[in-house]
Ligand binder design. Sequence first.
Ligand code: ZN
Length: 167
Amino acid sequence: MNDGIEVSKPRLRIELVPRPLWGKTLAKTLPRSKWRALRAWALGRAHNACEVCGFRPVDGKGLICHEVWEYDDDQMIQTLAGLEIHCTECDHVTHFGRTTTLGQPELVAAARVRLGRVNGWPPEQVRAYELAAREQWRARSAREWIQDLSWYERWLAGGTEEFLLQQ
Ligand SMILES: [Zn+2]
């Protein structure tokens, strides 16, 4: 979790994965046992709380190990940047595209409200951000992408910043 607020990177983000990359995740690439170990590490680092809003479920359930991706729009490379623990409601914002396909308008409305509240945005800024995210998704979905999962190799080697912070 970032303590500093970056203008270009709001605390809670809509992260729409370009269509050609749908289903291509580290979770699906790794054997189940290895993903479980990685997820357990991420949950421990986050003290079993959402790293966006701080919500900590009493039963420890419902937390999602979210894969954070960065996009190089010139080289067309999607790079795994790390993991972030999300609660279900923050995850409905991050995966806003999927949320809109669930056939539950109340979830979509709640995601918009949450996006505004967490980031301190008025409704018109939420709307503008959503439109920009959709526009970016359309452009990125029309391209072919290369995926870079080398973050995991660095994690295994103990070389990620997050891992070192745990030492
Ligand atoms: Zn949350």
